[in-house]
Design a protein around this ligand. Structure first.
Ligand code: SAM
Length: 263
């Protein structure tokens, strides 16, 4: 899916004098292996670096885990200056990642957290990057991990712990998720309905930022089907901002880190 989006984005940006830029702020190891076939499958960082034509001018990557950083750094070496890696919490480093990106250039951001670690302030910072400089916004493709991610932090018997509740509030940028949770706990809505409402609540946040979210594209079951992208909420590329559930990684295992070249 990402490959398809990125290639489409690259092609839509063909002819732009500044070229295009990418952000992959939960980058992972760069390469995965299929549990079933053993085949190597490029991760998001390599997909972004290989997407064409044209190639992205620069791909800003971020990864939190020191062990994963070793593998990622080794795998992106062949791409030279086009790849830049940031180590640490993407939410804390998003300003540094955005700063070098021209505010008038087409830019694609891929946000692929495992759970609730994507802060709403990060989505907002990306959304506002081009404000006042361009009629377009940075394109954001967000994989919102519901069942395997944040929904399991919300027990049906008993309250969520304080830390989990804080994480969810940070992810949404508000605590209106609690209303859905209470209706789910009291049995007024099914797990499926709750999931749909959690996604829809997130989508509303994107609308409030001026995006036209397209959750149909990734299979999230929301009541609102594909929405068109009005001129006032246009993003850079040919496709609207999408949200959905994390899917592909359930059948993928990270390939063990490759050793960093020794002399
Ligand atoms: C779902 S995986 C990414 C998979 C990758 N996008 C791919 O397609 O192969 C999420 C990654 O984000 C990293 N991560 C988790 N929290 C983070 C944070 N706050 N900042 C940066 N990276 C983080 C994890 O270590 C993990 O490697």
């Amino acid at each position: 899916m990402l490959d398809c989006y990125m290639r489409g984005f690259a092609q839509a940006c063909k002819g732009h004098p500044l070229g295009w830029y990418a952000l992959d702020i939960f980058a992972g190891v760069g390469l995965n292996i299929s549990k079933t076939t053993g085949a190597e499958i490029p991760g998001s960082a390599l997909i972004a670096l290989q997407a064409k034509s044209p190639f992205a001018q620069r791909v800003m990557l971020c990864e939190y885990s020191p062990r994963i950083i070793l593998a990622l750094t080794a795998r992106i070496l062949p791409y030279g200056d086009r790849a830049r890696v940031f180590v640490g919490d993407a939410n804390a480093r998003i300003g540094e990642m955005l700063a070098p990106l021209p505010q008038t250039a087409p830019t694609f951001a891929f946000l692929d957290p495992e759970g609730s670690e994507l802060a709403w302030t990060t989505v907002e910072a990306i959304a506002r990057h081009k404000e006042g400089r361009s009629q377009y916004r940075v394109e954001q493709l967000i994989l919102l991990p519901t069942d395997m991610g944040f929904v399991r932090m919300l027990p049906i018997s008993g309250e969520p712990d304080e830390a989990s509740a804080e994480k969810l509030t940070r992810m949404y940028g508000h605590d209106r998720w609690r209303k859905i949770y209470q209706r789910r706990r009291s049995g007024k809505i099914t797990p499926d309905q709750a999931r749909t409402e959690y996604v829809e609540l997130y989508a509303q946040g994107l609308r409030d930022l001026g995006y036209a979210p397209d959750s149909a594209a990734t299979g999230a079951r929301t009541p609102s089907a594909r929405t068109s992208t009005p001129a006032s909420s246009r993003t850079d590329g040919a496709v609207p901002t999408s949200i959905g559930r994390l899917r592909a990684t359930t059948s993928l295992a990270p390939k063990p880190p490759v050793p960093v070249a020794a002399s």
